[in-house]
Design a protein around this ligand. Structure first.
Ligand code: NDP
Length: 329
């Protein structure tokens, strides 16, 4: 008898409408790759919410198992870097978009996509961080490369109560930055202060149309929101500052002027986690292991089971998720 395992599958009808449900797969359904991983933990990122709800065309091959990241144990490998029993993490590379992703008990992937689970970190810890947290780390590293050090002045984090935002606050505060958290959920002020935010501002302050230049308020920042919020953030960045842009929770547009760039020498740093080169990934996960207060991880994450994934996907799009969701498989 062939062993089956549970998986979430996104399918598309003849009318191109997308639907999602739970099904059983076998090893024969796994996609091409040289390493098979038993998935022990995954998470629900904003992008996974878009894939589950079909609100944006994240899934581009059908039928497909969604889920853009996982942590687990290698069960078989034809790749020289990996052997049975190795603990691994995968973020992006098209999993959950064009390659079967995390919402199944197993996945077959390219060994080149994997990074080792850092020593002392459990699969659950890694997914409490997840792609959102790894992206927050990539953003902080970009600010550092731009020499935005804590002595340069405050830094802003937008989408503060979300996944990227909450991890960015934790990392930046541990590194000694004065963090200003912008949120629409001011009821979460205590949560954000516990993570390390020094000041909380209402996101409405940043969501209207932006002036070309406004009063200088921060030396740098991590923006998970895009649209007019990013335009305002740029217009309020002090001379020579830099903003790492990684998200589009408000919108993909950027109704800004060039004034911050040409009159204040401000830089806009683009952050992509999906195709980021391996060296950057290894560095990001190494830094996460050292520069993120692991006690804070449990404060910023909630655990759910496989059966709760679909609802969590809808909730993250409705802005109802605080911090990070970790799925224990
Ligand atoms: P979450 O949904 O957890 O967080 C997004 C946060 O943005 C919300 O919690 C909310 O914060 C804020 N927000 C939502 N809607 C609006 C709005 N209309 N106007 C202003 N603020 C809003 O998502 P993640 O943290 O997982 O991801 C954040 C963004 O980063 C997403 O757009 C995601 O696609 C992107 N991303 C990009 C990656 C990359 O490689 N570049 C990788 C990972 C994520 P609050 O309630 O505090 O206001």
């Amino acid at each position: 008898m062939t062993d089956t395992f549970k998986a979430i599958l996104v399918t598309r009808g003849e009318d191109k409408s997308q639907s999602v449900g739970v099904t059983e797969l076998t090893d024969a359904d796994l996609m091409e790759g040289d390493v098979t991983v038993r998935i022990e933990a995954t998470t629900v990122n904003y992008k996974d919410g878009l894939a589950i709800t079909g609100k944006a065309p994240v899934v581009r091959r059908f039928p497909l198992v969604p889920g853009i990241d996982f942590a687990g144990t290698v069960v078989s490998s034809d790749h020289p870097d990996w052997a049975r029993g190795d603990k691994v993490i995968l973020n992006g590379w098209g999993t959950g978009e064009t390659h079967h992703g995390a919402y199944a008990e197993k996945s077959r992937v390219k060994g080149d996509w994997l990074v080792p689970l850092p020593d002392g970190m459990s699969p659950r810890d890694a997914m409490a961080i997840g792609t959102a947290g790894y992206t927050a780390m990539l953003s902080v590293m970009a600010l550092e490369r731009h020499e935005i050090t804590p002595d340069r002045g405050p830094v802003i984090v937008t989408g503060a109560a979300g996944g990227v935002g909450s991890v960015a606050i934790s990392i930046l505060s541990k590194l000694g930055y004065h963090v200003i958290a912008s949120t629409g959920r001011t009821s979460e002020a205590d949560f954000l202060k516990d993570l390390g935010a020094a000041e909380i501002i209402d996101r409405n302050e940043l969501s209207g149309p932006a002036k070309p230049l406004a009063k200088e308020r921060w030396a740098g920042g991590v923006d998970a929101v895009g649209s007019t919020t990013l335009a305002n953030v740029l217009s309020m960045t002090s001379y020579g500052g830099a903003i790492a842009a990684c998200g589009l929770a408000q919108g993909m547009d950027l109704p800004a002027s060039v004034a911050p760039f040409i009159l204040r020498g401000v830089s806009l740093l683009g952050i992509d986690s999906v195709m980021a080169p391996k060296a950057l990934r290894l560095e990001a996960w190494r830094r996460i292991a050292t520069d993120l207060d692991h006690a804070k991880l449990s404060a910023l994450s909630v655990a759910i089971g496989f059966d709760d994934i679909l609802q969590a996907g809808r909730d993250i799009i409705d802005g109802k998720i605080r911090g990070r969701v970790v799925v224990e498989m």
